[in-house]
Design a protein around this ligand. Structure first.
Ligand SMILES: NC(=O)c1ccc[n+]([C@@H]2O[C@H](COP(=O)([O-])OP(=O)(O)OC[C@H]3O[C@@H](n4cnc5c(N)ncnc54)[C@H](O)[C@@H]3O)[C@@H](O)[C@H]2O)c1
Length: 471
């Protein structure tokens, strides 16, 4: 039975994984090249922003230690998870540039180590990688054969930042690609000791598991985009509400209620790039990539559409306030996030933008170089803006009193992308625009003629190529 686990890569996913394993009784050695993360773990502190991570580290009771030495970690444990970044390449595929050196270290350690060790690749990779470069490098550096002298599994995670600990311990299902049944079964047993639910398990060969990982996220992005398309349709039809429509269709078991909000673009470190990776994979094997590509095009076009709507409401030389730069609440990640992309789009149109986010590192080089003003509070952001957009539904925004939103001189426009601020409709001094409802139409009479032809998908308008994403 596995007693000791090593986790290489203590980032947004690896750190919570290491902490969860330790909290569930395993002895865990975490590894990272970043000395600050190693020191944070050894002080019992969270090396990344993630709710519940500090609590789960406290319940690890000294079972988790960290080092920069991959080989030492492999030699003192029986199973090693690789959770390093796999940045997107220009064509949408994933780079193995961080995975390869880790595999070389692991392979060298395996050469010195006796006993059956299992290597688990958790990083998202392009189909063909585990049976290809990963297996080859491990076998060459160790002098051993995968599936015989050591085990190799591909085991991606479907966690969402902001709820990594809960998602990791309560997965919908486990996806395992395996070199041999013994390794897959051992990994499954590890999860049975960690999971608080009883997830179904899909044990496949490497390539099927790799395709399935991309397919899950690509399917979800398509579903989100479908709901967003319905939202745009409802906005054109007085009396309609996307929540009513999606609430109804979500009752159909073939569809299901999740990821049907009907709001604005999806973002973050996984959805956009996994979807584009599936499109890239399809192109590589000369299969049609249209659906995944259309989802990405639609998702990106929505940012430009929202910028169009915002500009329609903006007085000459007015300023736009964006509340929320992160791609969802309870994370500090702004990668591919709607609010952050909207800020950049508006700046590229020479619009003044002021932003506020409760968690995002708004003082980063990228944010400062973009020319946006960073407000210290949500109230300051609203006060400085003629049009305010609620881009991320952080719960604290709902606690802002009505007087901070309203303006006596000229009504301030508030664009609510998530339909959580209906009380603003009743207040004087606010022009409240609620996306996803027919009620926004009279307030934006020119919007349909103004909205870009590209967004409407008119013939002859070239489709944009995917812009890729990055870890
Ligand atoms: N973050 C998510 O929501 C999420 C969800 C599912 C899957 N994934 C996948 O998990 C992988 C990791 O993602 P992440 O968000 O945790 O990345 P991250 O960038 O937050 O963390 C990666 C960590 O690996 C470390 N690292 C790099 N090279 C190393 C080496 N040679 N030895 C030891 N450590 C090294 C880095 O210092 C960093 O701390 C990616 O493939 C990603 O696609 C991420």
């Amino acid at each position: 039975m596995i007693e000791a686990i090593s986790v290489v890569g203590l980032g947004k996913l690896g750190a919570p994984m290491a902490a969860c394993f330790a909290a569930k009784g395993f002895r865990v050695v975490g590894v990272d090249v970043d000395e600050r993360k190693v020191q944070a773990i050894n002080r019992g502190e969270a090396p990344v922003f993630e709710p519940q991570l500090s609590d789960i580290l406290s319940s690890a009771h000294g079972r988790l230690e960290a080092t920069q030495d991959v080989q030492a970690a492999v030699l003192t444990t029986s199973i090693t998870f690789i959770v390093v970044a796999t940045p997107s390449e220009p064509d949408g595929g994933f780079s193995l540039r961080y995975v390869v050196p880790v595999c070389e270290h692991i392979g060298r350690a395996l050469r010195r180590k006796g006993g059956f060790h299992i290597v688990v690749l958790t990083s998202t990779v392009m189909p063909g990688s585990t049976a290809g470069d990963v297996r080859r490098i491990l076998e060459e550096t160790s002098g051993l054969r995968a599936g015989e002298s050591f085990g190799l599994c591909y085991n991606p995670e479907f966690i969402a930042l902001g709820s990594v600990v809960r998602d990791f311990m309560n997965p919908d299902f486990l996806l395992i690609g395996e070199s041999d049944p013994r390794s897959g079964k051992t990994l499954e047993d590890v999860y049975h000791r960690v999971c608080e639910n009883k997830p179904r398990v899909a044990r496949l060969n490497f390539v099927d598991a790799e395709i399935a990982k991309l397919a899950v996220n690509s399917f979800v992005t398509t579903k989100i985009s479908f709901a967003n398309m319905l939202a745009r349709i409802c906005e054109g039809l007085p009396g309609s509400s996307v929540d009513q429509v999606t609430g109804a269709i979500g009752m159909d078991s073939r569809i299901g209620a999740r990821y049907l909000k009907g709001a604005i673009s999806y973002g973050g470190p996984c959805f956009p790039r996994d979807n584009l990776a599936l499109a890239a994979l399809a192109r590589r094997v000369e299969a049609p990539s249209d659906i995944a590509q259309a989802t990405d095009n639609f998702n990106r076009a929505q940012i430009r559409w929202l910028a169009d709507v915002t500009q329609l409401c903006l007085p000459d030389r007015g300023a736009v306030g964006i509340l929320g730069l992160t791609y969802k609440p309870n994370t500090d990640v702004i990668e591919e996030a709607a609010g952050w992309l909207l800020a950049q789009e508006l700046r590229s149109r020479s619009v003044s933008v002021v932003v506020f986010d409760p968690a995002a590192h708004t003082k980063t080089k990228a944010v400062l170089a973009s020319g946006v003003e960073v407000a210290s509070t949500a109230r300051e952001c609203i006060a400085k803006a003629d049009v305010t957009i609620i881009a991320t539904p952080w719960p604290e925004f709902a606690k802002i009193e009505g007087t901070s939103w309203a303006r006596s001189s000229a009504a301030r426009t508030v664009i609510d992308c998530w339909r959580g601020f209906g009380f603003l409709e009743m207040l004087e001094g606010i022009n409240y625009i609620c996306l996803g409802t027919g009620a926004m139409l009279p307030k934006l009479e020119r919007v349909t003629e103004f909205t870009s032809a590209e967004f409407r998908g008119e013939p002859g308008v070239p489709q944009l190529a995917g812009e890729g994403g990055a870890d």
